[in-house]
Design a protein around this ligand. Structure first.
Ligand SMILES: [Zn+2]
Length: 268
């Protein structure tokens, strides 16, 4: 019997994954769960990840928030906007989070933005020496978003002199690190699949899912650009997690830090 051909590319180059806390938002529950929980405020974390690579080309998934007035890395904010409150302290700065693990922005060779919303691309301008990779559909939409979803695209945060590398669909960024298109929340949203040396797979959802309640039944976030696509992306993430025995790392899950350990812990 002929052997099953091995069509895989190189094995994972991932050494470890460290999860970061980038501050907290207080928002209406119905932003998390479509038309449910209106009037109930919920506090959610903003998170991201550092992916240590064996070849030294370390990766950052999302750059967190960097609210106005906090560029110096020293200030605290408790800002009230139209429908949300931002809580941000100096240690939530991506530079401070990297320092906790003995790294600086210069150690980041590749930044992968899930999408260009202000709480995921806020620190982009701190990485002038890094390569940035995003979906071309997100790049195009961010520069000319539909008016009803334009507010989270704070242009100064992503349009800051970076020469973005644009991907067309699901892409292996490095062996063991795959970008997975998960549109719906935004047209060009992507999640990230990371295969650890242990063989375990972490699936970082970004905003394709905001909390576990989006899973069962597939209930889109309330702030999706296209709810039909959001539901399909949630189903795809769930299927892949089930198939691979992978862990869904749900970016804004209110119980995130009850389930996961933050820096300096390294998942391997
Ligand atoms: Zn978003």
């Amino acid at each position: 019997m002929p052997a099953i051909p091995d069509t895989r590319s190189a094995d994972t180059l991932v050494e470890s994954v460290t999860l970061f806390h980038f501050g907290t938002l207080i928002i209406d529950q119905s932003m998390m769960t479509y038309r449910r929980g209106l009037g109930t405020m919920v506090e959610i974390p903003v998170t991201g990840a550092f992916i240590e690579m064996r070849d030294g080309e370390h990766i950052l998934f999302d750059t967190g928030m960097l609210p106005h007035g906090c560029d110096d890395g020293k200030h605290v904010t408790m800002s009230q906007y139209r429908s949300l409150v931002v809580k941000y302290e100096p240690q939530d700065d991506i530079r401070a989070r990297l320092a906790e693990i003995g790294r600086t922005p210069d150690d980041i060779k590749i930044v992968i933005n899930s999408h260009f919303h202000w709480d995921h691309a806020g620190g982009n301008r701190l990485f002038p020496k890094s390569r940035f990779v995003v979906q071309s559909s997100e790049y195009r939409f961010a520069y000319s978003p539909d008016a009803f979803v334009s507010r989270p695209y704070a242009r100064a945060y992503f349009d800051c002199g970076i020469d973005y590398e644009l991907m067309q669909g699901d892409t292996m960024v490095k062996p063991g690190v795959g970008a997975l298109t998960t549109p719906g929340h935004t047209p060009g949203h992507q999640s990230l699949m990371v295969r650890l040396p242990s063989g375990r797979t972490m699936i970082m959802t970004g905003d394709a899912m905001l909390c576990p309640a989006n899973l069962d039944p597939a209930l889109p976030p309330g702030n999706a650009h296209t709810t039909e696509h959001a539901v399909a992306s949630i189903a795809r993430l769930k299927m892949l997690a089930d198939l691979l025995g992978g862990d869904l790392v749900i970016c804004h899950d209110p119980d995130f830090w009850k389930k996961w350990r933050s820096a300096p812990h390294r998942y391997r």
